[in-house]
Design a protein around this ligand. Structure first.
Ligand SMILES: NC(=O)C1=CN([C@@H]2O[C@H](COP(=O)(O)OP(=O)(O)OC[C@H]3O[C@@H](n4cnc5c(N)ncnc54)[C@H](O)[C@@H]3O)[C@@H](O)[C@H]2O)C=CC1
Ligand SMILES: O=C(CO)COP(=O)(O)O
Length: 344
């Protein structure tokens, strides 16, 4: 009989906690394939004078990032990333994208020889030199294959077991199906496709569009305006993929949960939308609103807008992506939010 897979989750924010609930129940359910215990690396912090890891391990609840949701008892919170990942054969990365590099560097040399990873991160490594997917970054640093999972998955709703779908993009179907067993439940339905590039591009770029949708809400524009922003955003997402990743992004991927569906849910119920709306209503800086409104959770869309802009400026192509460009200029250059319907 093949050895049981040892699962480690890297991250314990809002989505990291919701996904820990699913993974913990699935490893217990599929005891022929997975070791029941799931180690979760938790960035240690104090909550009411107690370590967050101690709270999770005794109360089985992440009281800071997913309050009110019971976590399975087989999920064990560990503050030391090396202890959390030592000997792991399946690694689930679910941290805000700005933190991934430092974490991967510490994990080097500590995984099982056959380890495979999956990235749930919604963001892109974009610099003026080029773009890199986080699955590629993780593969490069740790020398292991890495798939991606992304979908219309607002964490709080998934944690309450409200039905939704999600997409796994992989290079090896064999690995994709192992991960499907780790994530799939009757209320979290997984499709596996061989387009790990498209899955991640959608997950990152839809956050920029959601910031634009939030501006529209803050200005009091209605559903038609938001629908236009969503449609134009989808077109720019596809154009970005076709222009910079060519045939490796499949058009059908935009019709999966990771594509149009995630764009719609994020533009209606996500944190990027919420903070962008408050930006218009209050005039406060984004960083201040992130602190005031999100209780330690992190925005991804404004950072991605900045990274995408740097990449497009280096190629003199900002005019070809008017929505991405306008979102950037509103957040970072003091351009009036009304321009969201003028310049796109
Ligand atoms: N929350 C959601 O509804 C969904 C989020 N995602 C994506 O999943 C990824 C992770 O998001 P969440 O779990 O929601 O995180 P979050 O937005 O709740 O971020 C907080 C997390 O960042 C950690 N953190 C703070 N400072 C840190 C540091 N210096 N080093 C390392 N970690 C630090 C905190 O401990 C906490 O675990 C993101 O890319 C996000 O876009 C994807 C689907 C749904
Ligand atoms: O990715 C998400 C839903 O699928 C969450 O989006 P926000 O980060 O805007 O909350």
């Amino acid at each position: 009989m093949p050895a049981l897979e040892k699962v480690t989750i890297i991250g314990s924010g809002n989505w990291g906690s919701a996904i820990a609930k699913i993974i913990g129940s699935n490893t217990a359910r599929h005891s022929e394939q997975f070791e029941s215990t799931v180690r979760q690396w938790v960035f240690e912090e104090q909550v009411d004078g107690q370590n967050l890891t101690d709270i999770i391990n005794t109360q089985h609840e992440n009281v800071k990032y997913l309050k009110g949701v019971a976590l399975p008892h087989n999920v064990v919170a560990i503050p030391d990333v090396i202890k959390a990942c030592e000997g792991a054969s399946l690694v689930v990365f679910v941290v805000p994208h700005q933190f991934i590099h430092g974490i991967c560097e510490k994990m080097k040399g500590h995984l099982a020889p056959n380890a495979r990873a999956i990235s749930l991160i919604k963001g892109l490594e974009i610099t003026s030199e080029g773009t890199r997917l986080f699955s590629e970054e993780i593969s490069r640093i740790l020398d292991i294959p890495c798939a991606a999972l992304s979908g219309a998955n607002i964490a709080n709703e998934v944690a309450l077991e409200k039905f939704c779908e999600s997409t796994i993009g992989c290079q090896s179907m064999e690995d994709g199906l192992v991960f499907k067993n780790l994530f799939d439940t009757p209320y979290f339905r997984i499709a596996v496709i061989e387009d790990h590039v498209g899955v991640q591009l959608c997950g990152a770029l839809k956050n920029v569009v959601a910031v634009g949708a939030g501006f529209s809400d803050g200005l009091g524009y209605g559903s038609n305006t938001k629908a236009a922003i969503i449609r134009l955003g989808l077109m720019e997402m596809r154009k970005f993929g076709q222009t910079f990743f060519g045939d490796s992004v499949k058009t059908e991927t935009f019709f999966e949960s990771c594509g149009a569906a995630d764009l719609i849910t994020t533009c209606n119920g996500g944190r990027n939308r919420k903070v962008a709306e408050a930006f218009v209503l209050t005039g406060k800086p984004i960083a201040q609103l992130e602190t005031e409104l999100l209780n330690g959770q992190k925005l991804q869309g404004t950072l991605t807008a900045q990274e995408v802009n740097e990449f497009l400026v280096a190629r003199k192509m900002t005019q070809e992506f008017p929505l991405f460009n306008t979102v950037y200029r509103i957040v970072y250059e003091g351009v009036s939010p009304e321009m969201i319907t003028v310049d796109i």
